[in-house]
Design a protein around this ligand. Structure first.
Ligand code: UDP
Length: 340
């Protein structure tokens, strides 16, 4: 796929988007440009795609590269940093925790230290509902106990805690956004979801609809839910981007620190997702019932009342149909992802 760079003549501040070549980071970049900001992308391309960087200057490198960070901070007069560069495979975090603690925690500490050195005080962190662990109350609120059940969730929580300490000691202002299940794609189809390997339900179901997979395995149909399959709170990637923009403006206006859930407050079962996908794609999607996947809670649904009331967040793509439709448009146009 050829990359077309879009010219930018924006006047609002420059924002460093670490992980801007990834799924959520690339949608963020497009959203920032639309709203008058200029993204500057730093991405190692370990999981990101060069073809997804279409807005603003791009630097290939890791957030542990202090010289590169210093160069970017000086050259681009960065006002805030958005961090989308964590590794995010829960299963891999169990078998290779060192990789996760190094990238997600140590390298984030380096990034923050360089920010302090260059007096950049605004930080937006992609956190996760994985910091909560097993749900005690549904829908989960921000004050839900945080007892992550895997290394991935622990790395996210450690960064949240680090940010609190860095706020008190060095004045780093920050907003942690705890995502539920990010899904969907740019309705204009310029960018979309292309994880390698892919482990997420919606893209896998759509790959099955395209005939790229024989079908979909349902990980457990004996959960205590209406149809026996797990329930998740799917949230469109542009609704996440909108929340980041609101968080950014709150920080630029002097806000100091906060945590917000980002979900739709409504759950959908695995079978329901497959049913919607089948209807939208017009394809029969073969399913087989497999065993439960380790570490999957039966229900994960978040309350985003705080983000709605205090950030002014208004999700625009909340219904599952729209989420799956936008994802389908991308997958149909790019059956091999960015390689198409
Ligand atoms: N799931 C499934 N089959 C798959 C992939 C996922 O049944 O091939 C289920 C998974 O067990 C979970 C839900 O779909 O209940 C969403 O999983 P996903 O990996 O997309 O997100 P997670 O909730 O793990 O962040």
């Amino acid at each position: 796929m050829k990359t077309t760079m879009h010219p930018i003549n924006n006047t609002k501040p420059n924002i460093l988007v670490v992980g801007g070549a990834g799924y959520i980071g690339s949608h963020m970049c497009k959203f920032l440009v639309r709203h008058g900001y200029t993204p500057v992308v730093l991405d190692s391309l370990v999981y990101g795609h060069k073809e997804a960087v279409k807005w603003g200057p791009f630097y290939k490198g890791s957030m542990e590269n202090k010289d590169l960070l210093g160069h970017i901070f000086q050259k681009h007069k960065i006002s805030a940093v958005m961090h989308f560069a964590a590794y995010c495979y829960v299963g891999e975090s169990v078998t290779e925790p060192a990789k996760y603690y190094r990238n997600n925690v140590s390298n984030t500490a380096i990034l923050l230290e360089e920010m302090i050195k260059y007096r950049i005080n605004n930080f937006i962190f992609s956190s996760s509902c994985a910091t909560y662990g097993e749900p005690v109350d549904i829908p989960m609120k921000e004050d839900h106990p945080q007892n992550p059940v895997n290394p991935y969730g622990r790395t996210k929580l450690m960064v949240e805690q680090m940010l609190e300490d860095f706020h008190h000691a060095y004045g780093i202002r920050h907003i942690c956004l705890r995502y539920f299940n990010a899904a969907g794609a740019d309705p204009e189809c310029e960018i979309g979801e292309d994880h390698r390997p892919e482990t997420h339900l919606i893209p896998l179901v759509l790959q099955a609809a395209l005939g790229k997979k024989e079908g979909i395995s349902i990980f457990g149909d004996d959960y205590p839910t209406a149809d026996g399959t797990c329930i998740r709170d799917y949230i469109h990637v542009y609704d996440l981007a909108q929340a980041h923009l609101l968080a950014l403006e709150k920080l630029l206006n002097g806000f100091s620190a906060g945590h917000y859930n980002l979900g739709n407050g409504e759950g959908h079962s695995v079978k329901e997702v497959i049913r919607h996908a089948s209807k939208i794609t017009g394809q029969v999607i073969p399913v087989q019932i497999a065993g439960r996947r380790k570490g999957d809670p039966a229900v994960l649904v978040g309350s985003s009342k705080k983000a709605i009331e205090t950030l002014g967040w208004k999700p625009q793509f909340a219904d599952l149909e729209t989420i799956v439709e936008t994802a389908w448009k991308w997958h149909k146009a790019h059956p091999e992802g960015y390689a198409t």
